[in-house]
Design a protein. Structure first.
Length: 149
């Protein structure tokens, strides 16, 4: 048997293993809701894109001075006061923030307020804009963020 034919079963077995792992990973990815987000309704994010929004309040509390949020049609990103973050916006009944990724710096005196920002991001369900002010609310209508430009 030639060397070329002898290596063929190893190649086929390797390809089969990769295909099965790909299917498993794809299924897990889809179930976790982290795959590429469809575009959220343009009235929610299209008019919000552009210059970053400064976070004034998080769940009724004063926000860290450097906290900002920026939008695109499919993502939300910004600074929670210390660390930068990024997450997909997932279409649904309203804007929903997918899996949040962030840098991992430690900033003395800011970590509790930063945890509140990340927690509030997960609760966003509606957005209402009045000029240069924006409110992001949870499913019960409670203010999650108050932002200004």
């Amino acid at each position: 048997m030639s060397r070329r034919l002898a290596s063929r079963p190893v190649f086929v077995a390797g390809a089969l293993v990769l295909a099965v792992l790909g299917l498993i990973a794809g299924r897990t990815w889809a179930q976790s809701g982290t795959r590429a987000a469809p575009t959220v309704a343009s009235d929610v994010t299209g008019s919000l894109a552009g210059a970053p929004w400064r976070i004034v309040e998080v769940a009724g509390k004063r926000a860290p001075p450097d906290a900002r949020i920026s939008f695109t049609a499919t993502t939300i990103s910004g600074s929670a006061g210390c660390n930068r973050f990024f997450a997909p916006l997932v279409a649904g009944d309203g804007p929903r923030v997918g899996t949040i990724q962030s840098t991992l710096m430690m900033c003395a005196g800011r970590m509790e307020s930063e945890r509140e920002v990340f927690s509030a991001l997960r609760r966003i369900r509606t957005a209402s804009r009045a000029g240069e002010a924006l409110e992001l609310r949870d499913e019960d209508g409670g203010a999650v963020f108050r932002l200004v430009r």
